[in-house]
Design a protein around this ligand. Structure first.
Ligand SMILES: [Ca+2]
Length: 374
């Protein structure tokens, strides 16, 4: 049952009653929504440098700085081999946890050609609207010949190591279960690209590609966040037709794709007879039918106190922001926000002031700023 509320946020926070997969719909009128940047070509991610400055990637291959809501010219010095096609291009941007001291920013992008491409991770410093000291610190292997399912999300852990989501390339789903293969994985590297010696498969001395593997059995994970309060990593991934998931990511664990899933092939064909299998983790949340979850974050701001500690997930297909209300590590309610706007949402981030930044996925994409409507 879908219920539409037009009253203040606090009221429906108090009134939730959770039925598996049911979402209460919250009108956007409960929030103040401003378009702060427009004319962006498929914006993919933002990273806040300060309260008044942030970086935004456009999948078509531009990185730009926004200062006091004014969009800057594309930053020079991006890699020459960015492969822009279908789901590929310039993807995530994140700042090193010690960015204010060391200036390192990190980018993920697809690189190569139709016949031979992959996901790469680089770091660089920003100087006068130009990237300097650029270094490609990681190249996912093997290469592939499809322009889809890159994953591409980045998140730093508390020890300053970097997690990377890597998709299965669509045509190569069996690779998600192969340890000595970096497709369909969450990978972990040090901030300079070296391999941490406490990664789970570091002892597989004959299997070099396994050394960076942190977890396996993923399809196309496009959401990734480290929650320092719970000391947990949350990731969301696209299933096939059905079987979209949020998972709590733990070192060395197997999340099942393509051996277990609640989804089916787009043709309707069965991918696997199994929804459970010994040694494979069940998702924290399953969305069947699919919503196409494109990013996840934990709300840690002060502007919306009723959201604190909760998960926020953007959706491309169901065109909403999903607010997952949490009690400890359990999801106890789901609210659908901003569905009445009709936008495909690519990313959600929490600004230092607690407002929400939402990226609209479109050739004429934009950034919405959501503040409390008082
Ligand atoms: Ca799974």
């Amino acid at each position: 049952m879908r219920i539409r509320f037009f009253t203040a946020v606090l009221i429906y926070f108090l009134s939730f009653s959770y039925v598996a997969n049911a979402k209460n719909v919250v009108s956007s009128k409960a929030f103040k929504i401003e378009e702060i940047v427009t004319e962006l070509n498929f914006p993919w991610s933002v990273a806040f440098i300060s309260n008044s400055r942030f970086l935004v990637t456009e999948r078509s291959g531009s990185l730009r700085q926004v200062v006091n809501f004014t969009l800057g010219q594309p930053i020079d010095g991006l890699p020459k081999d960015i492969y822009v096609k279908s789901q590929g291009g310039l993807l995530d941007v994140v700042l090193h946890p010690n960015y204010q001291q060391n200036g390192w920013l990190y980018l993920s992008y697809s690189a190569g050609t139709d016949e031979r491409n992959t996901l790469k991770i680089m770091r660089a410093k920003l100087q006068n609207n130009q990237l300097v000291d650029s270094q490609v610190i990681f190249t996912v292997k093997p290469f592939r010949n499809t322009p889809v399912h890159y994953g591409g999300k980045l998140a730093f852990l508390e020890d300053n190591s970097l997690l990377i989501t890597s998709g299965d390339g669509f045509d190569f789903r069996e690779n998600a279960q192969r340890v000595n293969n970096q497709m369909g994985k969450i990978l972990r590297i040090l901030d300079n690209g070296e391999i941490p010696q406490d990664n789970p498969y570091i002892g597989e001395t004959e299997k070099n590609l396994a050394h960076s593997v942190y977890s396996l059995g993923h399809r196309n994970p496009q959401g990734l966040v480290y929650d320092p309060i719970r000391n947990l990593v949350f990731s969301n991934e696209h299933g096939p037709a059905g079987g979209d998931e949020i998972n709590i990511i733990r070192k060395g664990d197997n999340y099942g794709w393509p051996v277990i899933t609640n989804g089916k092939d787009y043709s309707g064909a069965l991918i696997t007879p199994f929804k459970k299998y010994p040694g494979m983790r069940q998702p924290l949340v399953d969305w069947t039918p699919s919503i196409a979850p494109s990013s996840i974050t934990v709300y840690d701001g002060i502007m919306f106190p009723q959201m604190r500690g909760d998960l926020l997930v953007t959706s491309l297909k169901s065109k909403e922001l999903i607010w997952l209300q949490m009690q400890q590590n359990k999801v106890v309610g789901q609210q659908s926000l901003f569905a009445d706007l009709g936008y495909r949402f690519r990313d959600v981030k929490v600004h230092p002031d607690g407002s929400l930044y939402l990226l609209v996925d479109d050739a004429k994409g934009k950034i919405l700023r959501v503040t409390a409507n008082r």
